[in-house]
Design a protein around this ligand. Structure first.
Ligand code: ADP
Ligand code: MG
Length: 345
């Protein structure tokens, strides 16, 4: 095929005064696991609906495999959508739900059944084909929705917060399975989520959306380690943003910088380690939070400003931690972990 799996050019969608999508440019490669990450209202669902053809853009174009599909109806696009609420037919069996799309496309009954069963097996639901959706758990319903989308063998699968309704454990398991399925079937996944960990864990590349715009597109590590905007630095993980006077005092530089909390070491006592190559600051611990695997420190820096530091609990026991509250500490970090964030892009 010619061109990337998906190309969005100058894509805009307004509803009255609301600019849901405000000029999006994206190219998504064939076979890519691509995530759109952003807070509620950032335009993720609208972008998906524009790709699927449920909405027509106010301006701009949608291309699939090099073909302009902007004016085509959803069924004329080689794209399938898995919705957050699964949208299963309650009166049909699981098997009928999965086979339904094939029936609409005129696939013969015998082949429909074979393909529906194969698709159910792929998502680990063999044997449950005769149940109705109401007789399944949330995770199983989610799998049915996935099987139904995969059975049509689309080139592109759009997934709108598909794991949003699942509890944490199940969600983590489904994340792994989803990734595995995508690798096996090799089709392009466009995965929408507001959960940054999920986006980082699953994706080849991530687009961070904010107010209808793409703030940054990059691989997970790049997004996390080199945020291009203050919004990305703040939304993807937690970050210490150092601006103006604080940046000058702590880093000796002007501009905006981001330091991830886990890059900052909490040093016992305010003394500065000589010759370590660390930049340091001294301050007073305002808060300590024990988070199980890690402990989070909020430290008020002498002379103004507050930094968050995250420590692995390799040895520390919670009993030690309470002693930290109100204590004087040093903070240390490598200069390279203070990442310059362009102020305006
Ligand atoms: P997300 O999926 O990131 O939460 P949406 O794409 O659903 O964001 O919405 C983006 C913005 O567009 C929001 O401000 C939302 O209220 C608005 N919006 C979305 N769909 C409609 C619609 N059909 N009519 C009016 N406003 C809409
Ligand atoms: Mg949405």
């Amino acid at each position: 095929m010619d061109g990337p799996a998906i190309r969005l050019t100058g894509l805009r969608k307004t509803y009255g005064r609301v600019e849901a999508v405000a000029g999006v440019e994206l190219e998504i490669a064939d076979g890519e696991f691509f995530s759109m990450l952003g807070p509620s209202g950032s335009g993720k669902t609208t972008v998906l609906r524009l790709i699927a053809g449920f909405e027509t853009p106010t301006s701009g174009t949608v291309e699939l495999a090099g073909r302009d599909v902007t004016r085509l109806a959803p069924f004329e696009r080689d794209v399938h959508t898995v919705f957050q609420d699964y949208a299963l037919f309650p009166h049909m069996t699981v098997e009928q739900n999965v086979a339904y799309g094939l029936k609409v496309r005129g696939v013969a009954r015998a082949e429909r059944l074979v393909r529906a069963r194969a698709s159910l097996a792929r998502v680990g639901l063999d044997g449950l084909g005769r149940r109705r959706p109401a007789e399944l758990s949330g995770g199983q319903r989610q799998r049915v929705a996935l099987a139904r989308a995969l059975v049509a063998r689309p080139r592109v699968l759009l997934l709108d917060e598909p794991l949003g309704a699942l509890d944490l454990k199940l969600r983590e398991r489904m994340q792994l399975e989803l990734k595995e399925i995508q690798r096996e079937v090799g089709i392009t996944f466009v995965f929408v989520t507001h959960d940054q960990e999920e986006a980082l864990a699953l994706s080849d590349r991530v687009a961070v959306l904010h107010q209808g715009r793409v703030e940054q597109v990059a691989g997970p590590a790049e997004i996390y380690e080199r945020p291009r905007t203050p919004f990305v630095a703040g939304f993807v993980g937690t970050s210490n943003l150092l601006v103006g006077d604080i940046a000058r005092r702590l880093l000796g530089a002007s501009g905006t910088y981001s330091i991830r909390p886990e890059k900052i070491r909490v040093l016992r006592g305010p003394e500065q380690p000589a010759g370590s190559g660390l930049l340091t600051a001294t301050g007073t611990v305002a808060e300590v939070a024990y988070l199980g695997a890690t402990t989070r420190f909020l430290v008020d820096i002498d002379g103004g400003g507050r930094l968050t530091a995250l420590q692995q609990n390799v040895e520390t026991s919670p009993a030690d931690l309470t002693a930290y509250r109100g204590a004087r500490v040093g903070l240390g970090w490598h200069p390279r972990h203070a990442v310059r964030v362009p102020d305006n892009v």
